[in-house]
Structure formats: structure tokens, C-alpha cells
Write a protein that binds this ligand. Sequence first.
Ligand code: GNR
Ligand code: NI
Length: 173
Amino acid sequence: MAILPILTAPDPRLKAKAARVEAVDDEVRRLMDDMLETMYAAPGIGLAAPQVGVGKRVVVIDTGKTEAERNPLRMANPEIIAVSDEDNTYEEGCLSVPEHYASVVRPKTVRVRFLDHQNEIRELDLDGILATVVQHEVDHLDGVLFIDHLSSLRRNMILRKLVKSRKEAVAVR
Ligand code: GNR
Ligand code: NI
């Protein structure tokens, strides 16, 4: 397994639409495992392949708080096939938008269809933080970041700060 570098906004690779995988083969399984290791190390509770520069529709999620509570989800070609009428507001963050958090409104529960690590079609009903995270990850596959759900004023303020802190990080090297 390997820890992969995580891209941060505004990187054009985070704005691209990812391609469906044809099948979950050894290469995709290795990507899923590398993404899990990268996510745990970050640490984060979800990761989409475009965040590590891979334009494939692959995501991993684990909302377990401790190592003992780990329950990794590996998904290829995830599709939200049903959503609740009821919404939920969650304070979101993103490994590709470091150190910024904002409330995002999304459907409270979702049904997701995906290929699992054995290339089997599966469906899951998710609620709570899992419902929020799977929607956040599917957004990444379509080139959408949580800041795209905010006003353009708020989004541009965050993007300007990210560019500024990146320039400062380069200057002190
Ligand atoms: O680690 C993460 N936490 C989080 C918190 C609230 C809503 C979504 C997330 S996902 C994020 C990791 C990430 O950037 N995944 O794409
Ligand atoms: Ni994210």
C-alpha cells in the first residue's frame, strides 16, 4: 500500500469529471487500498480518486472514530439512486480545501448503488454522516467541491486564502 499526495484547490484536476471504471480489477482494488491508507493517514472519513490525481469514479469512506471501529467502504461507479425529501445541514470540510469548514445542506438519507471491491453490484441506504460523506464524494467525481455549494462570495474568499497560504508555504521552503 502507499500514501498518495492529496491535491488542493484550485487544482484543475479537481474540477474534471471522472470516468467510470469498466470493472473492479486488481488495479482498481490497489487504488482503493492506497486511497484508504491515504485517507486514514490524513486523517479523513472519505476520499475520492480525483483528490489523488486519478480521474476514475472510485471512492472510499470510513466514518469509524477509532481503529477498532474501522469499517471501510470501497465503491466504484457510485450512483445516488434515491434521496429523502428531508434535508440535513452538516458542517463539512475537505482534504482538498484544507482548514476551511462550512455548513452544507443536502438530502438527509440516500440510497447508493455501486460496484464493491469484488466487482459485485451493491446498494446501501445511508443516513447521518455517511449520507453526507457519500454525497460529498460523488460530487468530487463530478468535479464539484463543497465550496461550490456556498455563495460565490464565500467560495472566492476561501479560494483566495488557499492560494495565499500555498504561496507562503512555497516561500518558506
Ligand atoms: O474528512 C472529511 N470529513 C468530512 C466532514 C464533513 C463532510 C464531508 C467530509 S469528507 C472529508 C474528506 C474529504 O475531503 N473527502 O472528499
Ligand atoms: Ni472532499
